[in-house]
Design a protein around this ligand. Sequence first.
Ligand SMILES: Nc1ncnc2c1ncn2[C@@H]1O[C@H](COP(=O)(O)OP(=O)(O)O)[C@@H](O)[C@H]1O
Ligand SMILES: [Mg+2]
Length: 258
Amino acid sequence: MNSPRQRPAKALLEVRDVHVAYGKAEVVHGISMEVRAGEFVVILGRNGAGKSTLLHAISGLVAKRSGSVHFEGKDLSAASPRAIVQAGIVQVLEGHRVFHTLSVEDNLLIGTYAHAPRGDRSKLERIYTLFPELAERRHQMASRLSGGQQQILAVGQGVIGEPRLLILDEPSGGLAPIVIDRILTVAADLCRSGLAILLVEQLVEKALRHAHYGYLVETGGIAAADFSDGLREGDLLQRVFLGGAATSPQSTTFVEPA
Ligand SMILES: Nc1ncnc2c1ncn2[C@@H]1O[C@H](COP(=O)(O)OP(=O)(O)O)[C@@H](O)[C@H]1O
Ligand SMILES: [Mg+2]
């Protein structure tokens, strides 16, 4: 994707100097980052760098030691996860978690509960248009879906509530390359339709193909921030993902077949 050389002026998500600790161990050391209106932003970094923890701090799933999170100018620093969803931020958690004993359709309806207590069927058709693979299987148990279909369902569950920022934590996890491409393409399509995307991904090359802007997280801090092409060409990213001993199997695949 060709990146514009200037980020959009309007900030959607503004994370300022966020620190997060588990017990006494601080793992996010003062991260500041932004997602601007209409952007597809990726967060890259090795396993254990603190990416999921940062996302959880944004979504209100872990407490922040200090720092602030604003969304559309509203201070969400101390807001509950539910209030954050209602403000327009939805996170699809790592590991495509869906309710296996419910049908595809019931899983989707759960995604509307934070907004309407009984679920809102009127939103289903939009999701089925976006994801025909879910429409075909609407009455199937989620347990019968493939891993890729479950991930699409998890995305559908997030999107059905019509958030303005969709956060995806390593949606590629454990999936086949063709399925990963489908999910990243879906995310890019959603972005073009006006939904801002914040993606955490280890598949650097694939993620940078779709994202406008990216941050590289190393040991709980931002090591680099640039447009996708700048990050791709920079040697820091190469060093982090090709050098160093403690890389995961996925993170060594910086150079992927086109
Ligand atoms: N619930 C938790 N309790 C204690 N330590 C945790 C917890 N979750 C993550 N960590 C630790 O915090 C660090 C960052 O983890 P995480 O945010 O999951 O990294 P990433 O998503 O980049 O792989 C790691 O050292 C991890 O072991
Ligand atoms: Mg993680």
